[in-house]
Design a protein around this ligand. Structure first.
Ligand code: M6R
Length: 618
């Protein structure tokens, strides 16, 4: 969740590192800091509990001559967001500075041992044990690089760590011990850069070149950057050679393009999402699949599908459960990655496992993926980040191709995930002969018409804003849906709670009378998803039950439907599409409602409190 950047080269480090932090801020933003090493080998720290911009503005540190430094954006785990808890952390002699992402599971015992030996701590963080441990190992005779390498043995848990030795010949070492966040190394002839996120490399590039060669650290590998160059070691200390992977960073160049928030911009970009996400899988001119890009699915037969993800990605899996069951005729299970990790697993080489995650860096999903892989299941991923750890773990990756999503609330990546999962289900269904050629072509044709329908729905933003204006008084929302739209109710509630801090629940409408109906009064807003499908009549009955108890109802219905006109307090009308694609359309007004309610309440929409874009700790 934290963001990391480190640089050793020939340019002034401070502006480069602070602009790298501004790219990383979406990962965690409760505090930030930079450590610079000057020409005398002294460390200069600058930390803030304000936004990263405050590091760049009016800072006396900007004038320090330094071409070496490390930087961090924090998402608090141990200790509140305060300046002492902000990274970088230093040892007592102030010649080692460290930034850290992840959780040190044995930090309490390490801290107690170090305190006994006289090491003094100034923060409540687990991370602060690291500079002291390195110092302790150096005191026992190890050089900096070997002392750093001993962290592999001393620390328990999943971490990404970068440390800098302040001396007249400074040296930066970095290590990852698990799935707490990847580290990419970008060498240049005067040194190199290490970042936890490819987008943070952009400030270090010269000119407009967005093609770069980067090395990704594998767990327990160590990279060292000094004036002598870059070297890599494995966990046994052997020097290894790392290949550079060619990456295009053009998708990482993101701007707000005149919108007030990234979230609004990302909602408005959604008409392009469906085809962008599936263009590598489907040839839309011939309405045929591109089997070469679907080798895991084409080369094997499966007896079940298992999908894992977290948050919005998990909601996409829940919608897609219907796709795989009904279009590919395969028993399908879905699990939250965090739950799946700790349950008994029944997977084998006949199980198709699909891990969904926009970032490809969610720690729970990565950990579940690596266990699944070890059990021999066929593992693919739907993600938005080429080069991410999920991409590296999976046998085959299906990329969303929708550009970086900066707003913490996932919007366009949800639609992209659904589009890919829909395509995969159709492909499997056609492979096993469950879907006829005509059915396949019809379903692909439905997808082709979707961008226009999405664009039409987006045009109604003002009417969604108007409804938001009438209901933003309420502190309690119930989202109801059935069947394939039940996960959309959950997604609508998730969007609202995360950016507006309003209590919201997503419920299966049929479950309402088993408890939640007790909540209904004129102050509870019920958003009922009642577009036409086989469960429509039942949704209409549920709406009437809420109205009979004086509840306030916002009904989401199809344009041609007037049967709830006299029951609902507010109507959201959306174009009709195939029931399988309805979730893609229905989620859009719910995204807008959340956005405009949060905006009316003055919330920090792109960076809501307590959250981070990539959840790289368990
Ligand atoms: O990167 P991932 O899709 O794996 O992230 C999973 C969740 O953390 C994410 O979807 C989260 O729930 C969003 N903030 C929801 O808007």
């Amino acid at each position: 969740m934290c963001g990391i950047a480190a640089y050793l080269g020939s340019e002034q480090a401070y502006p480069l590192l602070t602009s790298a932090l501004s790219k990383l801020e979406y990962r965690g933003y409760d505090s930030a800091g930079v450590a610079l090493i000057d020409g005398n080998g002294d460390i200069h720290l600058n930390k803030t509990i304000n936004k990263v911009a405050s590091l760049s503005e009016n800072s006396s540190k900007a004038s320090i001559k330094s071409t070496v430094g490390i930087a961090h954006t924090r998402w608090a785990t141990h200790g509140a967001p305060t300046v002492p808890n902000a990274h970088p952390h230093v040892n007592n002699d102030k010649n080692i500075a460290v930034v850290h992402n992840g959780i040190i599971e044995n930090f309490a015992e390490l801290k107690a041992q170090l305190q006994k030996q006289g090491y003094e701590f100034v923060s409540e963080t687990d991370s602060e044990v690291i500079p002291h441990l390195i110092a302790q190992q150096m005191k026992e005779g190890l050089d900096f690089e070997s002392a750093f390498a001993s962290l592999n043995r001393l620390l328990r848990g999943s971490q990404a760590i970068v440390a800098v030795l302040a001396s007249e010949e400074p040296m930066i070492c970095a290590l990852r011990t698990g799935y707490a966040g990847g580290l990419a190394v970008f060498p240049d002839h005067n040194g190199g850069t290490i970042t936890s996120d490819l987008s943070a490399i952009l400030p270090f590039l010269k000119g407009t070149d967005v093609q770069v060669g980067v090395a990704f650290l594998e767990p327990h590998e160590i990279v060292t950057i000094s004036a002598k160059g870059i070297s890599y070691r494995d966990e046994n200390g052997n020097v290894i050679k790392k290949d550079l992977v060619k990456m295009s960073l053009s998708d990482n160049v993101v701007e707000k393009k005149g919108y007030d928030h990234y979230m609004l911009k990302e909602i408005m970009e959604q008409s392009d999402s469906v085809l962008a996400a599936t263009r590598e899988l489907i040839d839309f001119s011939s309405l045929h699949f591109k089997s070469d890009n679907l080798s895991v699915l084409s080369g094997s037969s499966f007896d079940r599908v298992l999908m894992i993800g977290c948050g919005t990605s998990l909601n996409a899996c829940s919608v897609a459960q219907t796709y795989f069951e009904e279009l590919a005729n395969l028993p399908t299970e879905i699990y939250s990655s965090s739950e799946f990790r700790y349950k008994k697993k029944f997977v084998n080489d006949k199980t198709l496992v699909i891990a969904v995650g926009q970032s490809g860096e969610t720690a729970d999903t990565l950990s579940a993926m690596s266990e699944i892989k070890a059990l021999g299941a066929r593992l693919v991923t739907v993600c938005n980040t080429p080069g991410s750890q999920a991409d590296q773990l999976a046998e085959e990756s299906y990329f969303m191709n929708c550009g970086v999503e900066v707003g913490v609330a996932s919007t366009k990546t949800f639609i992209s995930s659904l589009s890919i999962l829909y395509a995969l289900a159709i492909y499997l269904g056609s492979n096993v002969g469950y879907l006829s050629e005509t059915a396949v072509r019809d379903k692909i044709a439905d997808m082709l018409s979707l961008p226009d329908v999405i664009a039409e729905t987006l045009k109604d933003a003002d009417s969604f804003k108007e409804i938001a204006h009438h209901i933003n008084f309420s502190n309690n929302f119930l989202f109801l849906g059935r069947g394939i739209n039940y996960p959309i109710a959950i997604e609508g509630a998730l969007k609202l709670k995360e950016i507006s801090y309003i209590h919201a629940e997503g419920y299966a409408a049929g479950e309402m009378k088993h408890g939640p109906i007790a909540l209904i009064d004129e102050s509870l807003v019920t958003v009922a998803i009642a577009t036409q499908d086989m469960l429509y009549d039942k949704m209409v009955s549920n709406v009437k039950e809420v109205k009979a108890r004086n509840g306030l109802v916002v009904a989401l219905v199809n344009e041609s439907d007037d049967s709830l006109d006299s029951d609902a307090d507010y109507l959201i009308k959306v174009p009709a599409v195939s029931p399988y694609l309805a979730p893609i359309i229905n989620v859009i007004p719910l995204q807008f409602l959340s956005y405009y309610i949060a905006s009316a309440r003055g919330c920090d929409i792109d960076q809501p409190r307590n959250l981070a874009k990539s959840v790289t700790v368990e």
